[in-house]
Design a protein around this ligand. Structure first.
Ligand code: HEM
Length: 367
């Protein structure tokens, strides 16, 4: 079991790396660094040496071979391949242990679908809908892995709990359990905002507005909601974007409006949770989310003021993934505590799911 948790931990780190590398690949315009899939100019390595570049150029005379972009793209594919293997190992491990099979199966199916999306990203020449789905798929992988990690942790605590049974009804966070519905609304708002951010990036709309708070003067007259949801289709290639200025500007502005809504709704939820959470574990999660939310808004503002610096844009992507991951873990904790509270109320002698609460730092109480 210990080896299985180590495997899940390493896979979580690997997923973060793949997400960051994916963003780096997209933001360095290296998505088409290799025009074929799964190889690169017909080989399983990027053409970096002179004779490889010459051979690739001879094979694809209508394209300009860029070894820097090809290297970025292949690095992303290698690490993603490693992630695929790690998830396959989690899948087989879960069947061997006869635990977490549902989550592990979901992970395996998702990573296979991600590989297909990666292929379509190249073969459909960066079709924004596919690139966006690929980005969201990466976030979904991270979230499923985090839920698996949290599930393992809770079950480990369950073993300890059977040895040291205690009953502290405070630790079930009764005041928090009423906020699950609110939490789901925040989750929807965050997913919508992440989708809008991905739509901004995949349609090359990042640099169309350089003024704060929304865009250059007169944007209101040219803003169109229908243009935001208009799917660009039927083009030979989507590299550097195909949408007209009005559409890009509307997408960009909507992402900024979305940022204000996210800040307000998420912020309200965090304040609400902070006031009600009693245990250190949940309070720490609230603080972590609050910090990440503020950092995310600051990174967004730096994107505007400094015209999308590469590492800042990669960080903006990563922090969004971490925010989503933490919110999901928090909501799952709320759900578990609610279930346990109900069990305590209906049958105080039989409590099955343990919930971990550090009432004081360093002293963990399990009920
Ligand atoms: C409130 C929370 C926010 C979330 C969750 C969020 C999320 C995202 C995501 C997931 C992306 C796609 C990144 C990528 O494709 O690599 C993105 C892109 C972007 N966001 Fe945000 N964002 C937020 C706030 C903001 C704010 C406040 C601004 C500016 C005022 C901003 C400006 C941008 C810009 C310009 C891009 C496109 C950058 C690029 O092409 O890489 N964001 N956002």
């Amino acid at each position: 079991m210990k080896r299985f948790s180590v495997l899940v931990n390493c896979t979580l780190l690997l997923t973060l790396m793949v997400i960051a590398l994916g963003a780096y690949t997209r933001l360095t315009d290296a998505g088409l660094g290799c025009p074929d899939w799964p190889g690169c100019y017909g080989k399983f390595h990027a053409p970096v040496l002179d004779h490889h570049i010459a051979a690739a150029q001879a094979q694809f005379p209508h394209l300009e071979v860029d070894p820097y972009k090809a290297r970025n793209e292949m690095l992303h594919r290698y690490i993603a391949g490693l992630l695929g293997l790690a998830i396959a190992a989690i899948f087989f491990g879960s069947y061997y242990l006869k635990q977490y099979r549902l989550l592990a199966t979901g992970l395996l199916l998702l990573v296979i679908f991600q590989a297909a999306l990666g292929m379509w990203t190249v073969t459909l020449n960066l079709l924004p809908l596919i690139v966006l789905a690929h980005l969201l798929g990466g976030f979904a992988l991270l979230c499923l892995l985090a839920l698996l990690r949290a599930e393992i942790y809770w079950r480990q605590q369950q073993v300890i709990a059977t040895a040291t049974t205690s009953s502290n009804t405070q630790a079930t966070e009764p005041a928090l359990s009423a906020g699950l519905g609110f939490g789901y609304v925040v989750l929807l708002v965050l997913i919508a905002q992440i989708t809008l951010g991905g739509w901004t990036s995949t349609n090359y709309a990042a640099a169309v507005c350089s003024q704060l708070p929304f865009c250059e003067a007169g944007w209101q007259e040219r803003f169109s909601l229908s243009l935001v949801f208009h799917l660009p289709l039927g083009h030979e290639t989507y590299e550097y974007g195909v949408l007209p200025y009005e559409a890009r500007m509307s997408i960009h502005v909507l992402h900024r409006i979305g940022a204000i809504c996210t800040l307000l709704v998420f912020g309200a939820f965090l304040i609400w949770s902070w006031r009600r959470a009693r245990g250190v574990f949940m309070r720490r999660l609230v603080v972590a989310m609050a910090i990440l939310l503020l950092v995310q808004v600051m990174l967004g503002l730096i994107n505007i003021v400094m015209l999308v610096p590469l590492w800042n844009a990669v960080a903006h992507n990563l922090v969004a993934a971490l925010l989503l991951m933490l919110l999901l873990v928090f909501l799952r904790q709320m759900q578990l505590r609610k279930i346990q509270l109900r069990q305590i109320v209906t049958n105080p002698t039989q409590v099955t799911a343990p919930v971990i609460t550090q009432v004081t730092p360093g002293k963990t109480i399990i009920n």
